[in-house]
Design a protein around this ligand. Structure first.
Ligand code: MRU
Length: 368
């Protein structure tokens, strides 16, 4: 994706032993890249959300394993480093998926080959993420095109939540990929950007990305979507996902479920866009079984922004003594999802459709 006219991925390895990332904690105030030189630094970057978003967390874990391959002297040390990455964030399944993929690749080779093997695998994971997101953009474009054809003014209003844009992946994004594809193809789109408290990934990151690409958009307070839908101002919702079960239940940033309920009540199509690395085929019921990350209360109690003098400040927005709960994700049941936009096409959010499209998906009826 372009930043001030220059193409960037969100992560890359400029030389062996160095993982370079865009520090998302600094956006949109500053565009800064930083280098991670150890597994501990990678783990900290994921936990502290210098990198975030399911696909990018997976790609970062892939590169983290490339560093682990240089640090570990034995298989036991490698597994311990792998585990230190897996525990950083629990909900996005891409993290464990990428670490497992690296361990499966490394298991076939002697320790002296690990560095080279893991670097290649990390690059494959990143390239695949970018390619799959580009493909799901092509499929999602057809959804937007068909809605545009039915609108007198042709402008399709898309509501999105959080940031499942290119910053949440290696490139293109999931929920934004169809939007960029439509905009680039000349299909007029306008995006309602949920601010997405507590960390404001929508207001800070999605709005910044869309502005960089020249896509018309409007930032709204989180609770605005239902009102807009009641007044015919939303044609479809597209969100990303952090984990989708084989029944099609989708975990995404907290507040997504409420948007899906409002969409159902107002007959607005609700799509979830994801590459296949975000499926967790081992789970059927997402509400019961997807682990939901709870983060520190300071993310709710404090907000960061720049004041009128351009100074970056952190301000407390709740009383000193009030307790805080910070659930980072919720699960939207498959019954509220119109379709899953994947690299293999737009699929129904159910086990039959998913297991027909992906061989790793084994339906309950075929399980022992
Ligand atoms: O906590 P984050 O920022 O890592 O959350 C992830 C998200 O940005 C969203 O839930 C997103 O919609 C899915 S990630 C592709």
């Amino acid at each position: 994706m372009n930043v001030n006219g220059t193409h960037h991925r969100t992560i890359w390895m400029p030389e062996p032993g160095i993982v370079r990332i865009i520090d998302q904690r600094r956006l949109p105030w500053a565009f800064e890249v930083i280098d991670l030189k150890s597994v501990a630094e990678v783990a900290h970057a994921i936990r502290d959300m210098a990198v975030r978003g399911a696909g990018l967390i997976g790609a970062t874990a892939g590169y983290g394993m490339a560093l682990a391959a240089g640090e570990a002297r034995t298989w036991e040390e490698l597994e311990a480093l792998a585990q230190s990455l897996v525990v950083t964030r629990p909900t996005a399944v891409n993290l464990a998926w990428a670490v497992r993929r690296q361990l499966d690749a490394l298991r076939q080779h002697p320790p002296e080959d690990w560095k080279g093997v893991a670097k290649r695998e990390a690059e494959e994971i990143a390239d695949e993420d970018a390619a799959f997101c580009s493909r799901l953009g092509t499929h999602g474009l057809e959804v937007i095109r068909s809605l545009a054809a039915k609108k007198p003014d042709g402008v399709v209003n898309v509501l999105t939540h959080c940031n499942a844009g290119w910053l949440a992946f290696v490139d293109h994004g999931s929920s934004t990929a169809p939007i960029y594809a439509a905009h680039d193809a000349g299909v007029p789109v306008h995006v309602w950007v949920d601010e997405t408290r507590p960390r404001n990934q929508g207001a800070r990151l999605t709005a910044w990305e869309l502005a960089q690409h020249g896509v018309p958009h409007t930032v709204i307070a989180d609770n605005t979507g239902g009102h807009l839908m009641q007044h015919g101002l939303v044609d479809l919702v597209i969100t990303g996902a952090d984990r989708v079960t084989r029944n099609g239940d989708a975990a995404n940033k907290i507040g997504t479920y409420l948007k899906a309920l409002a969409a159902r009540d107002n007959g607005v199509p609700f799509y979830v866009a994801l590459p296949s690395s975000t499926f967790d085929w081992s789970i059927a019921d997402g509400v019961k079984n997807i682990p939901i990350e709870q983060r520190g209360g300071e993310e709710v109690a404090w907000m960061e922004g720049i004041d009128s003098g351009g100074i970056l400040r952190n301000v407390r927005v709740i009383p000193q003594t009030s307790p805080v709960a910070n659930y980072a994700f919720d699960v939207t049941p498959a019954r509220l999802i119109t379709g899953l936009i994947t690299e293999r096409g737009v699929l129904a959010a159910d086990e039959m459709a998913l297991c027909a499209a992906f061989s790793d998906c084994v339906p309950a009826s075929a399980r022992q």
